[in-house]
Design a protein around this ligand. Structure first.
Ligand SMILES: *Cc1c(COP(=O)(O)O)cnc(C)c1O
Length: 426
């Protein structure tokens, strides 16, 4: 074993399943040894062997200010000195709740949790408790964390109930989950026409970011809103990834749709574990201790984590932030597309705010089925060529990428140069 990375991975596999604490980190999709990181600063990370990379993962989205932002780190140090956790309310949680409610017109009340998974699980329980109904709609390729009811893939025929996509999830638990195709308005209309009165909620990523990047088709989110309103179902926007990543009012502001409930995570913790769910007061007031829907957490609203999130959000909500971030991200995808074109590679790319997708297909996909037919082998070769050039992309053809405010124009130009070399060798 030559490198420290290899040694660490070898040892980790003995005591951690697959050597990782979350499966996509294992590089199974692209092959090779995952990089163990020792340090990050701004747009860069350094691995255990001291190699430097320009980072486009940003901890899978939270690090919108880049690694170890000095203001966030200073605030976290100060907060830690005042006590790590109380299991009792703190003023900083109120500040966070007020900031979120002010930023998002659809949020009248909000509750803080510790992860995106907790936020979506809680939002679904709440929607079911509020409506007294059991069925829910999710879309194939959207990821909403690893809660049992959401680990579902489409059944054999269209419009059938989903099958568990993980061992250990009883079919009874997913029997109420309908899995539809993202961006398919006709299917949504048909299912609501047939089963609207039994549907508790629809949960959707308003920009899909867990099957590469797929923006909503024109009219798709409107169609969900109209059907939910008409049939008394709760519309849940899962903005764990898009929240404060695509714009100051998240995807709901960008597309002008008001969901009933919103789930948040990633950016709102600025790199520490914070999630949230919120929305209409009459729904949120069904939560314990006011109402009959139980939900709780020992570390919910943890003051150190919430401090990291607050400092991050204050910077993110400063005027001009998203114009600058979106321009950087657009420059990156335009540069990558031009480099691929010059090398004669079939490739396309798109961005929404500070998220981007790259596809080895002639045009950006619009559904899970279209994502699945992109050239995965080409991506995997490109991935490793970029890694050698010192660019760290998400280690899977089915993930979105993230640009941070710490990425400079020179970083973007260097990334496009690296891609030119990689495309030439493909
Ligand atoms: C990441 C993500 C989650 C899960 O969040 P965790 O903090 O990893 O539990 C849920 N929904 C979406 C859309 C996500 O991108």
């Amino acid at each position: 074993m030559s490198s420290r990375n290899d040694q660490l991975f070898e040892q980790s596999q003995k005591v951690i399943p697959g050597g990782v604490n979350s499966p996509v980190r294992a590089f199974r999709s692209v092959g090779g040894t995952p990089r163990f990181f020792a340090r990050g600063a701004g747009s860069r990370v350094w691995d255990a062997d001291g190699r430097e990379y320009l980072d486009y993962v940003g901890s899978w989205g939270p690090l919108i200010l880049g690694h170890a932002d000095p203001d966030v780190v200073a605030a976290v140090r100060e907060a830690a000195g005042l006590g790590l956790s109380f299991g009792a309310p703190t003023a900083v949680e109120l500040e966070m709740a007020e900031l979120l409610v002010k930023a998002l017109p659809s949020l009248e009340k909000v509750r803080l949790v510790s992860s995106g998974t907790e936020a979506t699980m809680s939002a679904i329980r709440l929607a079911r408790g509020f409506t007294g109904r059991s069925k829910l709609i999710k879309f194939e390729g959207c990821y909403h964390g690893h809660g049992d009811a959401l680990l579902v893939k489409a059944g054999s025929g269209a419009l059938t109930f989903g099958q568990p996509s993980s061992a250990g999830v009883p079919p009874e638990v997913t029997a109420h989950t309908l899995v539809l195709d993202y961006n398919d308005l006709d299917q949504v209309n048909r299912v609501f026409a047939e089963q609207g009165s039994e549907l508790a909620c629809v949960i959707v990523e308003p920009v899909a970011g867990n099957m590469n990047l797929i923006p909503p088709a024109p009219g798709f989110l409107e169609c969900l809103r109209e059907n939910c309103t008409k049939h008394g179902a709760v519309l849940i926007f899962d903005e764990v990834m898009t929240g404060f990543r695509v714009g100051p009012q998240c995807a709901q502001g960008l597309y002008g749709i008001r969901p009933d409930l919103t789930t948040l995570g990633k950016v709102i913790g600025g790199g520490l574990p914070v999630g949230a769910f919120g929305g209409r007061a009459e729904i949120m007031d069904q939560l314990a201790p006011l109402g009959p829907v139980y939900q709780a957490g020992t570390l919910s609203g943890n003051p150190v984590a919430v401090t990291a999130g607050l400092v991050t959000l204050r910077k993110v909500l400063a005027p001009g932030f998203f114009d600058a971030l979106a321009a950087k991200t657009r420059a990156l995808v335009d540069g990558l597309a031009a480099a691929a074109h010059d090398a004669g590679i079939v490739f396309s790319a798109t961005s929404v705010g500070g998220m981007f997708g790259v596809y080895f297909s002639a045009r950006p996909p619009a559904s899970y089925a279209e994502v699945m037919v992109c050239d995965k082998d080409a991506f995997n070769r490109f991935y490793h060529l970029m890694l050698l050039e010192g660019v760290y992309l998400a280690p899977s053809a089915f993930e979105a990428g993230f640009v941070s405010m710490a990425h400079t124009d020179a970083d973007i130009a260097a990334t496009v140069d690296a891609a030119r070399k990689a495309f030439e060798k493909l």
